[in-house]
Design a protein around this ligand. Structure first.
Ligand code: ADP
Ligand code: MG
Length: 335
């Protein structure tokens, strides 16, 4: 009981998709070019993430899973021009509070022997041994919500939905990250491991789309490249299905938005796109994979803890102009 109180006071309990999002961001921050995400029993038993990034600095072993520890932010004013995904130092500590965390890591200097690290629920390092490992990091999380029986029960009940959400989050990174091979698989309790999706270190986002949605769907997408004279200039580039295409969806489940390559939720922009499409095709939502380039001091990221909600300065104006551009784009397909 005491332990639980201590945990709750200092650490956030994550849901599965947030845990997964945080670990893939850490792998990308570590400059990995190959990332493998392995679910066991849809995440109910465990999730393993294996990367070939720079590895964890031995000086950080003791502290990485403690609340608020980050190796990525030296001074507060760096927040403005941050290029890494992480900077709050809360992910590993929250993962510890929600599951059993084991890490295997190795830096270039340590090769061929790395280290296996085990942490307790409070993020204290409790075991350390050497193991063979090439450069990179493996994060192993199991027994989610063991300390929280009620939470665990709902988690088990909703596992398929949680798992679907994890895949969708991971696909966002796999779509936008070029020059990284991302492979995601699941092993059901009975049967062998299935690949859910996999990209191939592509140079172009279009090839990522093709790896994930298939080449047939990709052929039905049109490239868009819009520029807006808002703030110091905003561009929206990427791929979208035409209103008459048969690849439209019954829901917005294939819409991926990025700001400066960071996956995020952009409700107003998504709503605008869906409304324009409804004018041309009442039944379908388009497939959307677009990156929005905005100068870094012209949007705010950190309004929610999961950093997915982003507020662009003068977003209303952007939505108005985007609507006009989209109508022009769709007009030729009107029948
Ligand atoms: P943040 O990403 O905000 O720094 P996290 O709790 O996500 O905080 O991670 C804590 C620290 O653990 C990171 O700053 C980094 O030093 C280290 N780390 C975590 N995952 C990896 C990884 N896959 N490769 C290398 N270092 C990692
Ligand atoms: Mg992080």
């Amino acid at each position: 009981k005491d332990t639980i109180n201590q945990i709750c006071s200092g650490q956030v309990i994550l849901d599965l998709s947030t845990a997964v999002k945080e670990v893939i961001e850490n792998s990308l921050d570590a400059k990995a070019t190959s990332i493998e995400i392995q679910f066991n029993n849809y995440g109910l038993d465990s999730i393993t993430i294996i990367d070939n990034g720079i590895g964890i600095n031995p000086d950080d072993y003791e502290s990485i899973a403690l609340p608020h520890y980050t190796s990525k932010l030296q001074e507060f004013n760096q927040l403005e021009q941050l290029s890494t995904y992480g900077f709050r130092g809360e992910a590993l500590s929250s993962i510890c509070a929600s599951s059993n965390l084991v890490i295997i890591s190795c830096t270039k200097e340590q090769e061929p022997m790395g280290v296996k690290l085990e942490y307790d629920y409070q993020g204290n390092l409790v075991k350390k041994e050497s193991v063979a490992r090439k450069q990179g990091t493996t994060i192993y999380m199991k027994n989610f919500f063991e300390l929280f029986p009620v939470r665990q029960k709902t988690f088990k009940k909703n596992i398929r939905r949680e798992y679907a959400k994890c895949l969708s989050i991971l696909q966002g990174y796999a779509l936008v990250c070029t020059d990284v091979k991302i492979v995601c698989s699941n092993k059901p309790p009975k049967g062998s491991r299935d690949i859910c999706f996999s990209t191939q270190c592509n140079k172009l986002m279009k090839d990522n789309i093709s790896n994930i949605f298939g080449s047939k769907v990709t052929k039905l997408l049109t490239e868009i490249d819009f520029s807006f004279n808002i703030n110091s200039g905003i561009t929206i580039k990427g791929f979208i299905s035409q209103p008459t295409n048969s690849c439209g969806r019954n829901s917005n489940d294939r819409q991926y938005y990025f700001i400066n390559q960071r996956p995020c939720d952009l409700q107003k922009i998504s709503k605008c796109i869906n409304e324009v499409y409804r004018m041309f095709n009442m039944h379908q939502y388009p497939i959307v994979v677009v990156n929005i380039e905005v100068k870094s001091d012209e949007y705010d990221i950190n309004v929610t803890p999961n950093k997915r909600t982003i507020l662009i300065h003068n977003e209303e104006e952007l939505v108005t102009q985007l609507r006009e551009e989209l109508i022009k784009f769709c007009e030729p397909y009107r029948n």
